[in-house]
Design a protein. Structure first.
Length: 256
C-alpha cells in the first residue's frame, strides 16, 4: 500500500467470520486498528415488513442484530469499534438500482455495486474522519504492485476467491486497501477463529432478500401475457409473474 504500516487501518466489520478474523490478525500484529461497521438496514423501517419476511430466518447481514457480534469481536481484539449508519446511502446506491435492474429483466450484481459505491468509497471516506489511511476487509483476494500499478489477483483459496466482485475498484481504491485473508484458505481462517474462541459462523447473504420480495411485490398487480413464439397466440394471463432475468429464463417461452 502507499501508506506505511504504522498508519491507522480501518477494518470493515460485518460481524461475520472473515471480517472478524481480519480484525484479529491485524491487531495481533500490533498495528493500529479501528473497527468500523456499516448499518445498512433501518430495523425500525423494516419492522413494518415483518409479515412479508415471516420465517425468513432472522436478522440480516449488516443489520443491528448482527453488528452486535462485530462490537464484541472488537472488544475481544482490544480495538475501538464504531457503527456508521449508511442505510440511506446503501438504498440509493445499491438497493434501488438492484430492484430497477431486476424488474427490467436484466441480471443485477448488487455486490459489485456495494463494493464500488459503499464499502470502498463511502466507508473509506468516513474512515478518514477517524484518521484511518487504509481499509482492510475480509475479502478473499490479493494485491500486487507491478510496474507502478496495483493488480488484483486471485486468492490462494480458489473456491473462496472474490475478485469477481472487486473488478470495478479503481487504482486509488486498491492503493488504500489490504486483504489479509488473500493468502489463506477458508479452513485456515476457521482454525484461526477457533484458536481465539471466535464462534465459527458466517455472515449470511441476506442483504438483498427483502429487495427480491419488493421486486416480486412491485409487479404482482400486473398480470402478464407471455407470447408464444411459435404462434400468434398468447399464454393465458396469470395473477403473478415471478421476476426473472435473461439468464434465468432458459426453457421458458420466447427465451433468447
Amino acid at each position: 500500500m502507499t501508506d506505511t504500516r504504522s498508519a491507522l487501518t480501518a477494518v470493515a466489520m460485518s460481524g461475520g467470520l472473515d471480517s472478524s478474523v481480519t480484525a484479529w490478525l491485524l491487531a495481533r500484529e500490533g498495528l493500529p486498528v479501528v473497527g468500523l461497521s456499516m448499518l445498512l438496514w433501518d430495523e425500525m423501517e423494516q419492522a413494518g415488513r415483518a409479515t412479508a419476511q415471516a420465517g425468513s430466518g432472522g436478522g440480516r447481514c449488516c443489520g443491528a442484530l448482527v453488528l452486535g457480534d462485530a462490537r464484541r469481536v472488537a472488544q475481544q481484539a482490544g480495538i475501538p469499534h464504531y457503527t456508521l449508519r449508511l442505510d440511506r446511502e446503501f438504498r440509493r446506491a445499491v438497493v434501488d438500482p438492484f430492484v430497477d435492474t431486476y424488474l427490467a429483466g436484466r441480471t443485477p450484481s448488487p455486490c459489485v455495486a456495494c463494493n464500488t459505491e459503499v464499502k470502498f468509497d463511502l466507508l473509506p471516506d468516513r474512515a478518514r474522519s477517524f484518521g484511518a489511511r487504509r481499509l482492510a476487509t475480509g475479502h478473499y483476494a490479493r494485491l500486487e504492485l507491478r510496474e507502478g500499478r496495483w493488480r488484483l489477483l486471485r486468492a490462494a483459496d480458489a473456491e473462496k476467491d472474490q475478485t469477481y466482485f472487486l473488478w470495478s475498484l479503481s487504482q486509488d481504491q486498491l492503493a488504500h486497501t489490504v486483504f489479509p485473508l488473500g493468502s489463506l484458505t477458508k479452513p485456515e481462517v476457521r482454525r484461526i477463529a477457533s484458536e481465539v474462541r471466535r464462534p465459527v459462523i458466517a455472515c449470511l447473504a441476506r442483504c438483498h432478500r427483502a429487495d427480491l420480495e419488493k421486486a416480486a411485490w412491485a409487479i404482482e398487480p400486473f398480470a402478464s401475457a407471455l407470447p408464444d413464439c411459435s404462434s400468434t397466440e398468447s399464454i393465458p394471463e396469470h395473477p403473478r409473474t415471478r421476476p426473472s432475468s435473461w439468464p434465468s429464463r432458459r426453457g421458458r417461452p420466447c427465451a433468447r
